[in-house]
Design a protein around this ligand. Structure first.
Ligand code: MG
Ligand code: MG
Length: 248
């Protein structure tokens, strides 16, 4: 069941979303070679709480940290730990917040130091595919119009679009209906209407779209070991068009 949000609820979600975007802005300022992913997670946890919000991922289905931090071939759901970031890594940081009972969810992939042209092109294309999806988050469109737009950008650039993980509706729950795939036909899915809020989150691989889960039960990696990137925004569908709730 898709839960529609009122204008007032969307404004609360914008505040939750701003906590997330400010957190990711902070990450952009501090991330550097030599920093462990556990240290980055601690900074994120402190920052979210300093904004009066709750880190949404901590304890979610047993996840042990406040951010998912996924390096290079890790696609999503990386668990922060002793790993030290190195010059040339790309790092996906996915952050959720809860404020006044509503969720915000956003992710960005960051370059640590100087990264290869191959990695920077992957990051650019992934962000471009997200923005193409958002541009199609308009009432009257089928949800599949978003999915197809994301897929077209990524595949035109020669990348693999992860199939097994998808975006989602969001509101009083982090994961609500509908599922938001990053691939498929523009005729697929429900019709978009005012008051729907969705998290669009392309996970784009340099090579194959196939993924696997590591023995820790969380960390998803590319099947071929090549780098992956991930960008995500929480977006409301309004009469005026797409409204990104996770902007700074
Ligand atoms: Mg997320
Ligand atoms: Mg999400």
């Amino acid at each position: 069941m898709i839960v529609l949000k009122t204008k007032n609820e969307i404004e609360i979600m914008r505040r939750a979303g701003k906590v997330v975007s400010r957190t990711l802005d902070m990450v952009a300022r501090v991330i550097e070679p030599g920093m462990t992913t556990a240290k980055l997670n601690d900074l994120i946890d402190d920052f979210i709480r300093s904004q009066g919000a709750i880190p949404a991922f901590k304890g979610y289905q047993g996840f042990p940290a406040s951010a998912c931090i996924s390096v290079n071939e890790e696609v999503v759901h990386g668990i922060p730990g002793d790993r030290k970031l190195r010059d040339g890594d790309i790092v996906s940081v996915d952050v959720g917040s809860i404020l006044d009972g509503y969720y915000g969810d956003s992710a960005r992939t960051f370059a640590v130091g100087r990264v290869s042209q191959q990695k920077s092109r992957l990051m650019e294309s992934t962000l471009k595919s997200l923005m193409a999806g958002i541009d199609n988050a308009r009432k009257g469109n089928r949800l599949g119009v978003i999915s197809a737009a994301v897929q077209q950008v990524a595949e035109r650039d020669g990348y693999g679009v992860v199939r097994q993980l998808v975006g989602h509706g969001i509101g009083r729950q982090m994961h609500e209906d509908p599922q938001v795939p990053n691939f498929g036909s523009p005729e697929d899915g429900p019709e978009l209407g005012t008051g729907m809020v969705i998290a669009i989150e392309p996970m784009i691989n340099t090579g194959t779209y196939e993924i696997k889960t590591m023995p820790d039960g969380w960390t998803v990696v590319t099947a071929d070991g090549q780098p992956s990137a991930h960008f995500e925004h929480t977006v409301a569908i309004t009469d005026e068009g797409p409204d990104i709730l996770t902007l700074s």
